[in-house]
Design a protein around this ligand. Structure first.
Ligand code: G
Ligand code: G
Ligand code: MN
Ligand code: NA
Length: 251
C-alpha cells in the first residue's frame, strides 16, 4: 500500500522518467532505434524496478496515466532524435490494460500531433500473452497501424500460442525473447529454433529483433543466422537520453 501511494504520487507529480536502450544493426553496430523503459526513483527506497511497479500499476489501473506519461515523454524525446536525420524507431511498451482504455488511440493521436513525431518513428510493443485472442485488442492494433504507427510483439516465443497469434495478429515486427538468445552459442537445438523463428518472420514479412544479447559470440552467431537487428547489454544498457545522443553523434 505504501508502494502504491508512492507510485500514485510519482505518476501525478511527474516523477517517473524514461531510459532508452539502444537497438542496433548487427552488421555494424549502428544504433537504429531505442526501447523506452520506465524508471522510478522512490524518495526513500531509491530506484524501484519496473518488474515491481508495473504489475502494481496494472492491478490498480494506474498503468493508464503512467503509460500516458511514458508515451508522451518518449515521443517528445523521439521527435528530437528524428530531427537528427536518419530513420530512427522509438519503441514504447504498452500493456493490454492500456490498450483496453477506450481513449488510447485518441490519446496516441494527440501525443503525435503535440510532439510532431512522425508516426512511422514509433513502435508500440505489446506482449504476446496480452494478445491471446482478444478481437477487441486486434481492432485497437489495427487503429494504431492506421495512424502509421508500427506494432511489435514483445517477448516472442514465451507465450501460449505464439504461432497462431502471428498468423492473425496485425503486427509489423517481433522481439525474439532473450531465452532463445541465452544458449544460442551453446546449444544447437536452441540455435535451430532461433533460426526457424527468423525464417518464419521472413515468410510473414515481419522484422525480427533479438533481445538480451550479452556477448560478442551471441551477436556473431545471430548475425550469421541472418538476424539484422539486436538489443542487449553487449551493445548498451538502458541509458539516459544524453548518453543516447552521444551514441548517435557521427564519429
Ligand atoms: O526496464 P526493465 O528491463 O527492468 O523492464 C522490466 C519490465 O518492465 C519489462 O518487461 C518491460 O517491458 C516492462 N516495462 C518497462 N517500462 C514499461 C512501460 O513504460 N510500460 C509497460 N507496460 N511496461 C514497461
Ligand atoms: O519485456 P521487455 O523485453 O520489454 O524487457 C526489457 C527488459 O530487458 C528491460 O528491463 C531491460 O533492462 C532488460 N534487458 C535488456 N537487455 C538485456 C540483456 O542483455 N540482459 C538482461 N539480463 N536483461 C536485458
Ligand atoms: Mn519490450
Ligand atoms: Na521483450
Amino acid at each position: 500500500a505504501a508502494l502504491l501511494d508512492g507510485l500514485r504520487q510519482a505518476v501525478t507529480g511527474h516523477q517517473l522518467h524514461v531510459e532508452y536502450q539502444p537497438i542496433v544493426r548487427l552488421a555494424d553496430g549502428r544504433v537504429t532505434g531505442v526501447e523506452a523503459l520506465a524508471r522510478w526513483r522512490h524518495p526513500v527506497r531509491g530506484p524501484v524496478s519496473p518488474e515491481v511497479f508495473i504489475p502494481v500499476a496494472e492491478r490498480t489501473g494506474l498503468i493508464v496515466p503512467l503509460g500516458r506519461s511514458v508515451l508522451a515523454q518518449a515521443c517528445r524525446q523521439a521527435s528530437r532524435w528524428q530531427r537528427g536525420g536518419s530513420p530512427f524507431a522509438t519503441h514504447v511498451n504498452v500493456s493490454a490494460h492500456q490498450l483496453r482504455d477506450p481513449d488510447f488511440v485518441v490519446d496516441l493521436q494527440k501525443v503525435l500531433a503535440e510532439t510532431g513525431l512522425a508516426p512511422a518513428g514509433l513502435v508500440i510493443e505489446i506482449t504476446e500473452t496480452a494478445m491471446a485472442d482478444d478481437p477487441q485488442l486486434m481492432d485497437t492494433l489495427r487503429a494504431i497501424r492506421a495512424l502509421g504507427v508500427h506494432v511489435g510483439l514483445d517477448d516472442f516465443g514465451t507465450g501460449q500460442s505464439s504461432l497462431g497469434i502471428l498468423a492473425s495478429c496485425p503486427v509489423d515486427l517481433i522481439k525474439v525473447d532473450k531465452s532463445f538468445v541465452d544458449r544460442v552459442t551453446l546449444d544447437d537445438r536452441r540455435a535451430a529454433v532461433a533460426s526457424a523463428i527468423l525464417r518464419m518472420a521472413d515468410a510473414l514479412d515481419l522484422h525480427a529483433i533479438v533481445e538480451g544479447v550479452e556477448s560478442a559470440a551471441q551477436a556473431q552467431r545471430l548475425h550469421d543466422m541472418g538476424y539484422r537487428q539486436a538489443q542487449g547489454f553487449h551493445f548498451a544498457r538502458p541509458l539516459p537520453p544524453r548518453a543516447v545522443d552521444r551514441l548517435l553523434r557521427p564519429r
